[in-house]
Design a protein around this ligand. Structure first.
Ligand code: GSH
Length: 219
């Protein structure tokens, strides 16, 4: 029995795990939760993706970062490449975890609350949306300020932090962050364009274009 990685086609957090599994040719089968709802809910009552399970071996993982680490450590055959992705020193490893956690938790949550009401994926509330924008602006500025002086989030090459970072920005670049937005955030845009071409994630990002216009609040 192979290992199953549960995903949903529009969810952001499974993207890196799926890309890494493909890149490392892992013996993992991706299963869309829409096709196995009852079984998925029984095994994963939180009903969240990504989730990883192998009932024969007892492997049972939730949480994006834990699943990313498992796939890299279990399926990457080159110890030097593992160090490149996850860091060599304690400081690098901690910084990569910092940006990964920020990307898939606080940053992504703020991005969802800001962008999704504008594109009809969440209800729009004119009273609360300005606060959501304010909170997103604070989070996005942390990336811009850092990337102004650094080519990558940690060190001098692509790490897991960058892969999670650009995947979390995908929601925005896909649906909202147009050329005007990019003028305001040139460092994020430069980094996004570079990291999305990395062989770890390029299959996913290929052909996915930046939003042409920024969506306006519904009237
Ligand atoms: N803490 C979890 C959060 C996972 C999560 O919220 N995933 C989203 C998709 S990006 C999801 O499954 N949402 C559906 C739900 O919460 O019902 C993690 O880091 O993996």
């Amino acid at each position: 029995m192979t290992t199953t990685l549960y995903y949903h086609p529009i969810y952001i957090r499974p993207i890196v795990a799926m890309c890494l599994a493909e890149y490392f040719k892992a013996d993992i089968q991706n299963v869309d939760i829409n096709t196995v709802m009852g079984e998925f809910t029984k095994d994963f009552p939180l009903h969240q993706c990504p989730s990883l399970i192998n009932k024969e071996t007892g492997l049972y993982l939730t949480e994006t970062i834990s699943i990313q680490h498992y796939i890299i450590k279990a399926f990457c055959k080159d110890p030097e490449e593992v160090k490149k992705l996850l860091g060599s020193t304690i400081l690098e490893q901690s910084e990569i975890l910092r940006w990964d956690a920020f990307s898939v938790s606080d940053f992504l949550n703020r991005e969802v609350n800001y962008v999704e009401p504008l594109i009809g994926m969440m209800p729009y509330d004119a009273d609360t949306h300005p606060k959501a924008k304010e909170q997103f602006d604070v989070a996005v500025q942390i990336f811009e300020d850092h990337l102004k002086n650094h080519q990558f989030l940690v060190g001098d090459h692509v790490t897991l932090a960058d892969l999670s970072g650009v995947s979390s920005f995908f929601l925005g670049f896909n649906y909202a962050f147009d050329e005007n937005w990019s003028h305001q955030y040139p460092s994020i845009t430069r980094w996004y364009k570079e990291v999305t071409k990395s062989p770890y994630v390029s299959n996913f990002f290929e052909g996915k274009e930046q939003a042409k216009t920024f969506p306006q609040p519904p009237k």
